[in-house]
Design a protein around this ligand. Structure first.
Ligand code: PMP
Length: 409
């Protein structure tokens, strides 16, 4: 069995007290922690190699370029992309989704076209499409939830028709913890000549992802949820699409030749990476990926599933607790949203913090989803592979204490 206690030694930040309690970090859905090797890789870059990439003829620039470009190879291998040119560095999922939606708005979408999202989208995969739809006279449709608070796939497939140009969907919901049937949606939207855009922010850190197997046209994710630093992310795009689409952001690093009248773009991926990139971020992301790969994503997924199998049924047994998303643990990832009736989630999170347990409270950037669920906010505990079964026990214990405190306190 996977040894979470051993793995924790790699994360010095986890070994601290908060309000005289050992820290239990259950806010991994927002940002995961970085192992020491990642911090050291970033620090080594800054201490020894820092320079600008691609344009310098000097040694440090050559080294920075090698590190940055080898990070691209690392990402390519990690998500099983066919070509390294398919990996575009961005500042994160939000940037990636804005980039692909702007390209679509500029070069694909026309009045009358339809974009299909789901009811469970993060604002980062909703607002860009909503705003484009408003500006261009498109229809934004949404796939509803079914009675298990999962995606209603049958309904989704019904909604796809010859007007559907884009299906944009989360691989894993950051509120419901549910995994969406990406391949089914890919097949359906490709059959009508549309594109599939996947928000993989909550998937890539937790399970093996193969963009070719999923048949995604675009796939976005962030470094900071997968043991990497903030400010770095990825947009994967299928090679022939990236080659055919033109950039929508402009500047240095992306051009072959510029005159006052004309500009000629570099080849992919560089035409989509204007300006100086986040080089240290790419170095840190690659170190994070190396770290995760050494452990193995299959092992990480199986261990997190074991935690969910252990904790979810216990949560469902607590009176007065509402748990969102599927109730069958085998259909639920380690992102678990809940409410303790009648306590406000912010009060829940504050009491948890006073006992050393870090969770998130709020709308989780998915306000329309919470409208569907009939609530304004929830508490959310989100696990990662360095969380232990004892920490799952602490979660249950603190929920019970919080209930007592607000009900009888
Ligand atoms: N999509 C989902 C599903 C997320 O969970 C998040 C992060 N909360 C994002 C998009 C946005 O990621 P970032 O803030 O790193 O751009």
């Amino acid at each position: 069995m996977f040894d979470a206690d051993a793995v924790r030694q790699d994360f010095p930040i986890l070994d601290q007290m908060v309000f005289d309690h050992p820290l239990v970090y259950l806010d991994n859905g927002a940002s995961a922690q970085m192992p020491q090797v990642v911090i050291e890789a970033v620090s080594d870059y800054h201490l020894n190699h820092h320079s600008n990439v691609h344009r310098g003829a000097h040694t440090l620039s050559g080294r920075a370029t090698d590190l940055y470009e080898s990070a691209r190879d690392t990402v390519q291998n990690f998500i099983h992309a066919a070509y390294r040119e398919e990996i575009i560095f961005t500042s994160g999922t939000t940037h990636s989704l804005n980039l692909v939606s702007q390209v679509m708005a500029d070069q694909v979408l026309q009045a009358g076209d339809e974009i299909l999202i789901s009811e469970m989208e993060h604002h980062a995969n909703l607002i860009p499409w909503q705003q484009i739809a408003k500006k261009k006279g498109l229809t934004l449709k949404r796939i509803p939830l079914n009675e298990n608070e999962e995606l209603d796939l049958a309904e989704g497939l019904e909604l796809i028709n010859e007007k559907t140009k884009v299906v944009a969907i989360a691989h894993v919901s950051n509120v419901l913890g549910v995994v969406n049937p990406i391949k089914d949606l890919a097949d359906a939207v490709h059959a009508v000549g549309g594109y599939l855009v996947v928000d993989g922010a909550q998937a890539v850190p937790h399970m093996p992802v193969d963009v070719q197997e999923l048949d995604a046209d675009f796939y976005a994710f962030s470094g900071h949820k997968m043991c990497g630093p903030t400010g770095i992310g990825i947009l994967y795009g299928r090679k022939e699409l990236l080659e055919n689409f033109s950039p929508v952001f402009y500047g240095g690093e992306m051009i072959n030749r510029v005159t006052f009248e004309e500009s000629h773009w570099k080849e992919i991926p560089y035409k989509f990476e204007p300006g100086t990139p986040n080089i240290s971020g790419a170095v840190g992301l690659a170190a994070g990926i190396d770290y995760l790969s050494k452990i193995g994503l299959e092992k990480i997924q199986a261990y997190e599933q074991a935690l969910v199998d252990y904790v979810l049924p216990q949560l469902l047994n607590i009176e007065g607790l509402t748990v969102y998303g599927p109730k069958d643990p085998s259909r639920h990832t380690g992102v678990i949203s809940f409410n303790i009736d009648p306590v406000h989630p912010h009060d829940v999170a504050t009491v948890f913090d006073s006992r050393g347990v870090a969770i998130r409270a709020g709308h989780h950037c998915a306000e329309p989803l919470l409208d569907v669920l009939g609530t304004r906010s929830t508490a959310r505990a989100s696990f990662y592979f360095y969380n232990t079964f004892e920490e799952a026990d602490r979660l249950i214990e603190v929920i019970n204490k919080t209930k007592e405190f607000f009900t009888y306190g």
